[in-house]
Design a protein around this ligand. Structure first.
Ligand SMILES: Nc1nc2c(ncn2[C@@H]2O[C@H](COP(=O)(O)OP(=O)(O)O)[C@@H](O)[C@H]2O)c(=O)[nH]1
Ligand SMILES: [Mg+2]
Length: 279
């Protein structure tokens, strides 16, 4: 990508942010990009992932923050981040020291109201980037995709890393088939055209996301089902949505927190609720 492209993204976004009278975000954007990383027991992955994201974004000359939102993982995830990066306290709504730097690692350790979706909401509300990216921290999601996903926000409101568009995929072939089938079910019930409603790897324009803020508590609860709700709302709000192909590799270290039957039950309940009662 050409280096000036990022500047154009930022320019375009700030114009819209002011021009559209978007709902005020909790903190003013100080960075071009915030990458929100929800973690639970990711001690052996998190530092390598931050390094990889840093390499991808630094070469583009972007101002960025990487915000780790950890649910007080018993394996010491927060401690390794602090030891390696000396991360500033990311839970403080205005971490002025971080805003001084062009790049920063922030760490927010949550001890109450835990859970994946609530951590992501917390991270998004603390984030100070014009563009917000959310991804897994186990290398399922490829950090090399971030630059193009952010760049495409010049044309779209939301860019999803999708396993089910051409050249997308997943190393775990069985889970790929299950997810593909489940997405057919979601589309049939919710009447959308989104191919990967379970991705959780996305980049969104800050101004667009915060237009939804009054509805955040109806979206961000539970586990990955928050993404189904977010996408449905985005779809019904006529957002411009693009799916770009991503290939999920297996997690590098540690265990998945996704239990098949629990997820199947919870997601099906979530989709049926959306179908019957809306958001
Ligand atoms: N903060 C927080 N992060 C979580 C929680 N559960 C899972 N995660 C993170 O969410 C991401 C997705 O979880 P993962 O186990 O990789 O699920 P999978 O990709 O479906 O197998 C990973 O980065 C996890 O560390 C949680 O309760 N709180
Ligand atoms: Mg994962």
């Amino acid at each position: 990508m050409r280096p000036f492209a990022a500047w154009q993204v930022i320019q375009a976004m700030s114009t819209d942010l002011h021009g559209m009278g978007a709902a005020a975000a909790p903190t003013p954007p100080a960075f071009d990009v915030t990458v929100v990383l929800p973690t639970y027991n990711e001690r052996d992955n998190i530092c390598d992932l931050i390094d990889a994201i840093w390499r991808e974004l630094e070469s583009l000359g972007w101002r960025f923050e990487i915000l780790v939102v950890d649910d007080d993982s018993p394996d010491g995830t927060a401690a390794v981040v602090r030891a390696r990066f000396g991360a500033v306290d990311g839970c403080a709504p205005r971490a002025e020291d971080a805003a001084q730097a062009d790049q920063a690692v922030r760490l927010c350790v949550r001890t109450a109201d835990k859970g994946l979706a609530k951590s992501i909401r917390h991270g998004l509300e603390l984030a100070r980037g014009q563009t917000l990216v959310v991804m897994d921290t186990d290398f399922n999601h490829d950090p090399a995709m971030i630059p193009q996903m952010v760049d495409l926000l010049r044309y779209y409101d939301l860019v999803i890393g999708s396993r089910f568009v051409m050249r997308g995929g997943m190393e775990d072939a069985l889970r790929y088939r299950y997810s593909q089938f489940y997405n057919v079910f979601i589309r049939a019930l919710l009447h959308t055209q989104i191919q990967d409603n379970l991705s959780g790897f996305f980049a969104v324009r800050r101004d667009r996301l915060f237009e939804l803020q009054p509805l955040f508590s109806r979206i961000f609860y539970g586990y990955g089902d928050y993404f189904i709700r977010l996408l449905l709302l985005a779809w019904r709000s006529n957002w411009k949505i693009l799916e770009v192909p991503v290939f999920y590799i297996l997690r590098r270290h540690g265990d998945s927190k996704t239990g098949f039957w629990r997820i199947f039950r919870d997601y099906t309940a979530a989709v049926l609720r959306l179908r019957l009662f809306g958001l």
